[in-house]
Design a protein around this ligand. Structure first.
Ligand SMILES: Cc1cc2nc3c(=O)[nH]c(=O)nc-3n(C[C@H](O)[C@H](O)[C@H](O)COP(=O)(O)OP(=O)(O)OC[C@H]3O[C@@H](n4cnc5c(N)ncnc54)[C@H](O)[C@@H]3O)c2cc1C
Length: 376
C-alpha cells in the first residue's frame, strides 16, 4: 500500500505528484491511476500561458504567484530538455470597442505596479513590426511578455515519464468505485479489488469529478483547437482577440477556440458546428490567410469549472483522507503548478491552503458523492 493515490494523471495529477516529491515524499509512496481519456483538457496539442488570462489586466486573487510558479515550471522543463515550448510576445489588438477599452484602461491602471519580469505597452499597430511578422491591421494593440505556447499533451507525458523514473507507479485503469476501510488502518481500495491501495486519496479527474459529485456546481465546457499548416507564412507573436492564433513549437499554427457546452446546449461534441470551418472563420478575423489554410488536426477536449471560477484544491469536506485538485477551467497551465504546490504543502506538512480555492468554501452536504462511486 502506498501513502498517496492520485486518480487522474492529467496536468493536475502529474503536477501534484511532482510537488509531493519536492516536499520530500518518496516516489515509491505515490501512485497515479488514469483512464487515458482522449478528451482530457491536458491532451491539448498547443496551450497558451500568459500573465493576464481574461478580459482585463487587473490582478486577481493569487494571480501573480500562480503565473510565477507556472513560468518557473515551464522554464525548468525547458532547462531539462523539454523542447515543445516557445516563449513569444503576446499581442492583443484593441479595436473591439468593449474588450479593447477594458484592456487599455486596466493596463494603464496597473502598468506602474507590474513586476519587473513583465515587459509591455500600448503601441500603434504600425509599430508591431518590431516583433517580426505580425499580420494585423489593428489601429493599436497591447503587447506584453513573457507568454508561452506549449504542447500540453507532450508536457504531461514527458513529466509522467520522469515521475516513473523516480519510482512513481502508474496504472492505466478507469476507477469506477472507491471503498474506504478503517481496519486494520484507514485505507482506500479501488473498484471491487480487495487490495488496500493507499492511505490518502486525491481526485484530480478533470471532467470526471462532475459525475462523482453531482451536487457541486461544476460545469464542463468543450472546445476545439485547430492545428493549421501555414506553409511559408510567418508569425512571430501570439495574437489574441476573443480567440487566438499562435505559432506552435512544431512549426504549425494553432487557432483556439470555439466551444460547445454540454450544460447550456445539450448534445455531444460531435454535434458542434463543423469545427475546422468555425475555427478558420474565427482565426481569419485575426489573419486573413487562415481562410485558405489546410487543417492538420482538429482536437477537441473538455475542461471543468466551478461556479465561482476558482479551482478546487484541498480536503473534501466530510470524507476523511480524501482530497480534490481540479476545476481549472481554461487556465490549467496558469494555475495547476501553484495549487499543486499548496496542496502538497498541506498534505505533507499541514501548511495553510489559499482560501479562494479551498473546497471547504462549499457546504459539506454538497460534497455527498454519488453513492455508486464512494462506499464508506
Ligand atoms: C479546447 C481547450 C483549450 C484549452 N486551452 C488552454 C490554454 O491555452 N491554456 C491553459 O492554461 N489551459 C487550457 N485549457 C485548459 C486545460 O487543458 C485544463 O485546465 C487542464 O488540462 C486540466 O487538467 P486536469 O488534470 O485538471 O484535467 P484533465 O486534463 O481532464 O485530466 C483528468 C484526468 O483524469 C482521468 N480520469 C477521469 N476519470 C477517471 C476515472 N474514472 N478513472 C481514472 N482516471 C480518470 C482522465 O483520463 C484524465 O487524464 C484548454 C482546454 C480545452 C478543452
Amino acid at each position: 500500500m502506498v501513502r498517496y493515490a492520485i486518480v487522474g494523471a492529467g496536468l493536475a495529477g502529474v503536477r501534484l505528484a511532482t510537488a509531493l516529491l519536492r516536499h520530500g515524499v518518496s516516489g515509491t509512496d505515490v501512485m497515479l491511476v488514469d483512464a487515458d481519456d482522449p478528451r482530457r483538457g491536458s491532451g491539448a496539442p498547443a496551450a497558451i500561458l500568459h500573465p493576464f488570462p481574461g478580459r482585463t489586466i487587473t490582478p486577481k486573487g493569487d494571480g501573480w504567484a500562480e503565473f510565477r510558479r507556472a513560468r518557473q515550471w515551464l522554464e525548468g522543463a525547458r532547462d531539462l530538455g523539454f523542447k515543445s515550448v516557445d516563449q513569444l510576445p503576446m499581442v492583443r489588438p484593441l479595436d473591439d470597442p468593449e474588450v479593447g477599452a477594458k484592456l487599455r484602461n486596466s493596463w494603464m491602471d496597473v502598468e506602474s505596479d507590474l513586476p519587473s519580469s513583465i515587459d509591455g505597452g500600448i503601441v500603434p499597430g504600425t509599430e508591431l513590426a518590431r516583433f517580426g511578422s505580425v499580420p494585423t491591421d489593428a489601429g493599436s494593440a497591447l503587447w506584453y511578455r513573457p507568454a508561452y505556447v506549449v504542447d500540453l499533451n507532450a508536457l504531461v507525458r514527458w513529466r509522467a515519464e520522469q515521475l516513473a523514473a523516480e519510482g512513481v507507479a502508474f496504472f492505466e485503469q478507469r476507477v469506477e468505485s472507491l471503498q474506504f476501510r478503517t481496519s486494520p488502518a484507514p485505507h482506500w481500495r479501488f473498484n471491487s479489488d480487495e487490495i488496500p491501495i493507499a492511505r490518502e486519496l486525491v481526485l484530480s479527474a478533470g471532467y470526471g469529478l462532475h459525475r462523482w459529485f453531482p451536487e457541486i456546481a461544476t460545469s464542463g465546457t468543450g472546445g476545439e483547437l485547430g492545428i493549421f499548416r501555414p506553409g511559408s507564412r510567418q508569425l512571430d507573436v501570439i495574437l489574441n482577440a476573443s480567440g487566438h492564433i499562435a505559432p506552435t513549437p512544431g512549426g504549425d499554427w494553432v487557432v483556439g477556440s470555439t466551444w460547445w457546452s454540454p450544460s447550456n446546449r445539450g448534445g455531444r461534441p460531435e454535434d458542434a458546428p463543423e469545427p475546422a470551418r468555425s475555427l478558420r472563420r474565427k482565426g481569419a478575423r485575426l489573419h486573413s490567410a487562415l481562410d485558405s489554410m489546410p487543417a492538420r488536426e482538429i482536437w477537441s477536449g473538455i475542461r471543468l469549472s466551478f461556479g465561482d471560477h476558482q479551482p478546487l484544491s484541498g480536503p473534501i469536506p466530510g470524507i476523511e483522507h480524501a482530497h480534490v485538485l481540479g476545476a481549472f477551467g481554461s487556465t490549467g497551465l496558469y494555475r495547476t503548478a501553484f495549487h499543486a504546490e499548496q496542496l502538497a504543502g498541506f498534505m505533507v506538512h499541514g501548511h495553510e491552503l489559499p482560501q479562494l480555492a479551498d473546497p471547504r468554501r462549499i457546504s459539506t452536504q454538497k460534497w455527498s458523492p454519488n453513492p455508486a462511486f464512494i462506499h464508506r
